[in-house]
Design a protein around this ligand. Sequence first.
Ligand code: ADP
Length: 301
Amino acid sequence: MTTSPNPTTGVGVPTSAPKTEGPRITLEHEEHAGRERAPMDVIVRTEDLDVYYGDFWAVRKVTMDVARNQITALIGPSGCGKSTVLRCFNRMNDLIPTARVEGHVTYHGQDLYAKNVDPVEVRRQVGMVFQRPNPFPKTIFENVAYGPKVSGVKYSKNDLDDLVVDALKGAALWEEVKAEYKTKSGLALSGGQQQRLCIARAIATEPEIILMDEPCSALDPIATALIEDLMQDLVQKYTVIIVTHNMQQAARVSDRTAFFTANLDDRGQRFGELVEYDYTSKLFSNPDDSRTEDYISGRFG
Ligand code: ADP
């Protein structure tokens, strides 16, 4: 059964320390949550969201609000629909011919799927970083300048250079590449640097939201830690929604966590659903649903 998100009501503010270990599960998060007893500042909302791939009803009746300038993690076992839901937030599912989205996704209260909404503009405002870093075979500069160049806005050479440098700084890559960012290929960077380059490319178009689909799954622990630190900087300016199969990562980095699982319907068809959505510290320490408890304690999935 899909549950209503507690964060909208402020109910469930954590009272005890979370069980999960991780350097950033601290009072800081709980205080953060405590400040949020007031109504949540919702930037994007889904209501009864259904996604089909052809006849396959993959994700059912997902209702959740995403808070501005926070990190929201989507967790759950493989195949429960996390990436599918993530792609609804910037209409990336439009690019999958068999995919069909029903229900509502609203961004600043506007229907993201309305006929007059340009999906390209949506993807500028809601950027995305993928599991495998995917720089273009071009210089670091060209990788970051690409979005602004195709946006239709005319930038002077200096303005474009400033924008690229700011984006590289914003993605914590500048210090490592400043000597050769105009000549070195993005493909010549390490995996972790390439992922930060992709983040720089996403923020160069000045989005409001950054979607991250398992951004660290191809990275080593040091590169992962750098990206996790970077997320804490990014969230000062952007809203971050991250899919991760790594529960510790969700617990370390996010303010709120949505736990999805796969279920079987009356006809034996598998589908993904949102089980529980709450403050991360609450969900990991005192979940409401036994399926969440089983998952976070490693008894399932
Ligand atoms: P998760 O991100 O939780 O691993 P996904 O969103 O990738 O889950 O997948 C949810 C379900 O939708 C799975 O059953 C998966 O096989 C199916 N699915 C995902 N992408 C496609 C696609 N392009 N075409 C058909 N089925 C898909």
